[in-house]
Design a protein around this ligand. Structure first.
Ligand code: AHG
Ligand code: MN
Ligand code: MN
Ligand code: MN
Length: 319
């Protein structure tokens, strides 16, 4: 178990992705789907790493085609889902309409994904990622984030990781992509504690949302550490890895909610809550919001229990 360890302190954990999934769930179809998505993430990581960037576009080749990396990621993920044989419908931030992937409705899954979150920061070589949520059966509307059977993100930074959570087991689990191409289990997160670290998205909303302005001023006054990349995947992942902090993306009349409930907010909400954290749209967990339309948008916060309480009270509390 220890010979493949690249991180000394994490050597006790060391299952391959397949070993881990086999112990975690009896659902062979779900295991296959998560493995296929892992294959796609590995390819996307390579394509992001070797893209050529000019202006603000980053392109890579796919067969004979030259494609922007987010469109290439989109294509690879749809292909992986077809190949898995257990995906009924899929849709993505790039193609927000249900695509029939040919898998069974009963006993199969429907998958929603953001192929490359942070496509505007690929050229600057910031960390970007893939987000996806897995729902049972053939429905991606009229359901909530809590109905997910799994959610995950692929993180393309200095290291490539696959961070996932399954309905069947507690915790959010991190896998590291090794040089030989395998995913190795390196971390579990089961608790998010308290700590003064903040990731304030959509700060332009403080201009005409005085409550958000008040919340931000609180963090500054209380000397919170600012950690914000502008990529939701690394910004939310840091809460899971450091096991503390808060991420906010709040709307205002002039700076409307931009993040998508189905493709981004609900899957990340599942990962955060499985890790022992909390989420909110200001009133309730984002996992309790019904997805009415594939491109519904919402404001959101993710973080520790006390941070989410402060978020809701500052935005909508009576004081
Ligand atoms: P996209 O998937 O279109 O690249 O969106 C990225 C998101 C999210 O990652 C980030 O938190 C947010 O956009 C930042 O938005 P602004 O650039 O508008 O501040
Ligand atoms: Mn996105
Ligand atoms: Mn995107
Ligand atoms: Mn995009």
């Amino acid at each position: 178990k220890t010979e493949n360890c690249s991180l000394v302190t994490r050597c006790e954990i060391g299952d391959s992705l397949e070993e881990f999934l086999t112990k975690a769930t009896p659902d062979k179809r779900l295991i296959t789907l998560m493995m296929c998505m892992g294959e796609a993430l590995r390819t996307i990581a390579f394509k992001v790493r070797t893209a050529s960037c000019g202006g603000t576009a980053c392109v890579n080749s796919f067969g004979d085609e030259q494609l922007a990396v987010d469109l290439l990621a989109n294509k690879l993920l749809f292909e992986a889902l077809t190949y898995s044989h257990f995906c009924k419908y899929a849709c993505s931030e790039e193609i927000p309409e249900l695509q029939d992937m040919g898998g069974p409705a009963e006993g199969g899954f429907s998958v929603a994904f953001d192929p490359l979150d942070g496509s505007s920061i690929v050229d600057t070589n910031f960390t970007v990622g893939t987000i996806f949520g897995v729902w049972p059966g053939d429905k991606l509307t009229g359901v909530t984030g809590r109905d997910q059977v799994a959610a995950a993100m692929g993180i393309f930074g200095p290291r490539t990781t696959y961070v996932l959570a399954l309905k069947d087991i507690p915790g959010t689990h991190e896998f590291l992509l090794l040089d030989e191409g395998k995913w190795q289990h390196v971390k579990d997160t089961t608790e998010i504690g308290e700590g003064k670290m903040f990731s304030p998205g959509n700060l332009r909303a403080t201009f005409d949302n005085p409550e958000y302005d008040k919340l931000i001023n609180y963090y500054v006054r209380e000397k919170y550490t600012l950690r914000y990349t502008g990529g939701m995947v690394p910004d939310v992942n840091q809460i899971i890895v450091k096991e503390k902090g808060i991420f906010t993306n709040v709307a205002s009349p002039s700076a409307k909610a931009k993040l998508r409930l189905l493709f981004e907010v609900a899957p990340l909400g599942f990962l955060i809550e499985k890790a022992g954290g909390y989420s909110s749209d200001g009133h309730r967990s984002v996992l309790d919001k019904v997805i009415n339309n594939l491109d519904d948008r919402t404001q959101v916060a993710y973080g520790s229990k006390n941070e989410i309480i402060r978020f809701e009270e500052t935005l909508y509390g009576s004081s």
